[in-house]
Design a binder for this molecule. Structure first.
Ligand code: HEC
Length: 190
């Protein structure tokens, strides 16, 4: 599996995988990082930050739940860097809730997904559970999720799933648009 780091997320240790060499995740960049950097188990990559929950709490009074006031033209013509800057400035300015560089990257990834009309999906926590993990995650409202080909129940843009320690393929689908994320122990190296 080939791991590519998201352009805006240099600090991330594992990122979206590029399937078949094409950088299909360039737009929504699912931002994922290890549960504990350097650990050698099969822990999935997680953000440790729940961008949608944060947005609904800190940004929605002006921009609507899940950005519902942004409008259909949101972000059109804006570069990733411009979005990143807006998110960073909004967090420390009007929202009065400054974010770490990593968390700005994660929240920006969701904004990029909005701009590009793609579903966003992230693993936000992973607790060891027997020989696997109990995952919690977020996903764009209205999107469906498969992990390794199995349908995962989504409720209020959140999901939970128990997974084994091996490779994971998350596929979010909304209408015709699909976002795929791969995460596995391979991302952590030996
Ligand atoms: C007090 C109201 C308020 C809050 C809270 C707020 N914003 Fe904004 N936001 C605005 C206004 C007004 C604009 C448009 C003017 C501007 O760009 O400064 C804007 C613009 C933006 C834009 C650019 C929109 C576009 O169409 O180009 C983004 C992205 C954005 N905000 C994200 C956020 C995020 C993320 C948060 C939470 C961290 C947030 N905002 C919190 C009022 C707010």
């Amino acid at each position: 599996m080939k791991i590519t780091l998201p352009a805006l997320a240099g600090a991330l240790i594992c990122g979206a995988a590029a399937l078949g060499g094409a950088n299909v995740f360039a737009a929504p960049t699912p931002t994922l990082q290890p549960i504990a950097p350097g650990q050698k188990t099969g822990a999935p990559c997680v953000t440790k930050f729940a961008p949608l929950a944060y947005f609904n709490e800190k940004c929605a009074r002006c921009h609507g739940q899940y950005g519902s006031f942004y409008g259909d033209d949101f972000g059109k013509g804006q570069s990733d860097a411009q979005l990143h800057q807006s998110v960073d400035e909004m967090a420390s300015g009007p929202a009065q809730a400054p974010l770490s560089a990593h968390d700005v990257d994660v929240l920006t990834a969701w904004h990029r997904a909005l701009r590009d009309g793609k579903p966003f999906v992230a693993v936000v926590s992973a607790a060891p559970d027997g020989d696997g993990f109990q995952l919690q995650g977020e996903i764009s409202p209205g999107a469906t999720l498969e992990i390794n080909g199995e349908n995962i129940e989504v409720k209020d843009a959140k999901w939970t799933a128990r997974v084994g320690a091996g490779a994971l393929k998350l596929r979010a689908r909304k209408g015709e648009a699909t976002t795929e994320v791969e995460a596995s122990a391979a991302a952590f190296g030996p």
